[in-house]
Design a protein around this ligand. Structure first.
Ligand code: KIV
Length: 285
């Protein structure tokens, strides 16, 4: 790690909540993007299984494997000095047995993650959270809309929309906290629900489509830079239009090659005068 950079840890997250300092998080899937995010001072980088859509072109996160996650976790962690790196445990990689969960989480940690994230709060999941924590692995929870449950939820619906469901979400959140989760991602819940949960938990909440009153915010990098080619959810704010930048650059390159404009002198290697003369005199056959 570079000198005088103070690494963000799970403890830092806790202190930030106590000091009412907002926590920032973005997803990243590759070395260079992770480096830029880290250098910009974002507190945490999530190698989200959203890479199933943004990088691998699937419609959901369901197809993502531990092997996929390992490749991108290795790449991202090489670009990061300061931010806390969290890697998603993908679909069914923490549901079969405690042994398999530990092996999969261990692989992600050894690939460079400082923590893993998993979705839900069933009794089985809570047990896994406890076990991982006891093994020295930081665990982030994820409640509200949980993309790995898309087939049972039945669509991209806002969660926790009633008083009863808000209480259920809080109960689940508290259980995650009791079992050792160090933070909680809250996805697609009404602002009031997220505020209530955030105020009643000791660990920080990181919202995505959950209003201003979470302890931090997370978004998908491809969404905020305008790179993803499909429509994005209402909660996304687009800060740049990388899609258009890529399209313009690629089409200029294509035209210049077709018209023999590229490569020009600056992009070309040349022989020395002496070697060129030899070549022109046909000494080299
Ligand atoms: O996979 C992901 O990118 C996530 C965020 C949306 C929180 O889980």
């Amino acid at each position: 790690m570079a000198d005088n950079i103070k690494k963000v840890t799970a403890r830092t997250f806790q202190k930030m909540k106590e000091n009412k300092e907002k926590i920032t998080m973005l997803t990243a899937y590759d070395f260079s993007t992770a480096k830029y995010i880290d250098e910009a001072g974002v507190d945490s980088i999530l190698i989200g299984d959203s890479l199933g859509m943004t990088i691998l072109g699937y419609d959901t996160t369901i197809n993502v494997t531990v092997e996929d996650m390992l490749i991108f976790t290795k790449a991202v962690s090489k670009g990061v000095n300061r931010a806390l790196v969290i890697a998603d445990l993908p679909f069914l990689s923490y549901h079969v047995s405690k042994e398999q969960t530990i092996i999969n989480a261990g692989k992600l940690i050894q690939a460079g993650a400082n923590a893993v994230k998993l979705e839900g709060a069933s009794d089985f999941i809570l047990d896994e959270v406890k076990h991982l924590t006891q093994c020295g692995i930081n665990v982030a929870g994820h409640l509200g809309f949980t993309p790995q449950y898309i087939n049972t939820i039945g669509g991209y619906f806002v969660q926790g929309k009633s008083y009863e469901n808000t209480l259920k979400l809080l109960e689940a959140a508290k259980k995650l906290e009791e079992n050792g989760a160090f933070c909680l991602i809250l996805e697609m819940v009404p602002a009031e629900t997220a505020k209530y949960i955030s105020e009643n938990l000791s660990i920080p909440t990181i919202g995505i489509g959950a209003g201003k009153d979470c302890d931090g915010q997370v978004l998908v990098i491809d969404d905020i830079i305008g790179k993803y080619p499909k429509p994005v959810p209402k909660f996304v704010k687009q800060y740049a239009n990388v899609k258009e930048i890529i399209k313009t650059a690629v089409s200029e390159y294509n035209n210049e090659v077709k018209q023999n404009i590229f490569p020009n002198k600056e992009n070309t290697f040349y022989l020395t005068d002496e070697e060129r003369e030899k070549l022109e005199r046909n000494i080299i056959k």
